[in-house]
Write a protein of this length. Structure first.
Length: 226
């Protein structure tokens, strides 16, 4: 890594730490109500931890507020009206508050504020060929895919296995988007995606309904969001 690359990495790390600390401060007032709601709604731990693929394929523990019933099993993807989800979990999913604990992953250096979404180990074999380039980048909380696929659960057709649909359609679409953005990223554009990601939480700036409908077609493997 040259001097420019080291300077960029240092600046990006400072950006990550500052945003993560600011995020923690902003969310502090709601943390106790969220913890109490999870505890009162269903038995089980407050936090959910899962192994995910990090930069260069390194495995790390990703943290979320628990939104499923404790011990729930099933596919490695979350679909619309997922029966594993608790009542509070549905609220956490809709508002993306379940992702707040990942600010700790950012502070630990396992994730970045902006980066490709870290995949579960179920899809580790998908990072072959050109798609392996996605793993060159530290995974993130926000990014293009986190905006385009804000309502990912609504994309799964009812008559298709969600795991099959994700592997055949959504995974390659996400990988192509990541490979289009992250090799040429810069900090100002990352700031834009941070703002867009925050707006997306409130449903602002999301892809059109037509785009979402096109993703439901299993035969159309090349479509990308508008």
């Amino acid at each position: 890594m040259g001097a420019v690359g080291r300077a960029d990495a240092t600046l990006r790390r400072i950006f990550d730490v500052v945003v993560a600390l600011a995020g923690i401060v902003c969310f502090l007032p709601i943390l106790i109500p969220v913890v109490l709601a999870i505890r009162l709604d269903s038995p089980g731990p407050i936090l959910y931890a899962q192994n995910r693929l990090g930069q260069h394929g390194r495995i790390f523990r990703l943290y979320k507020f628990r939104k499923f019933h404790d011990g729930a099993t099933g596919k490695a993807v979350t679909v619309k009206n997922d029966r594993r989800m608790t009542r509070v979990g549905r609220f956490l999913e809709r508002t993306k508050i379940d992702e707040v604990p990942q600010l700790w992953n950012v502070l630990k250096g396992e994730m970045s504020v902006i980066g490709p979404r870290p995949e579960t180990l179920d899809f580790a074999d998908g990072f072959d060929g050109v798609y392996r380039g996605v793993l060159d980048h530290r995974p993130g909380i926000f990014g293009p895919n986190q905006v385009y696929f804000r309502n990912e659960g609504a994309l799964f057709p009812e008559n298709v296995d969600p795991h099959v649909f994700y592997r055949a359609v959504l995974f390659p679409a996400k990988a192509r988007i990541d490979l289009d953005y992250f090799p040429r990223r810069n900090l100002p554009h990352d700031v834009v995606w941070l703002v867009r990601g925050v707006f997306a939480v409130f449903g602002i700036g999301l892809p059109s309904e037509e785009t979402l409908r096109r993703f439901r077609n299993l035969e159309n493997r090349a479509v990308l969001p508008d």
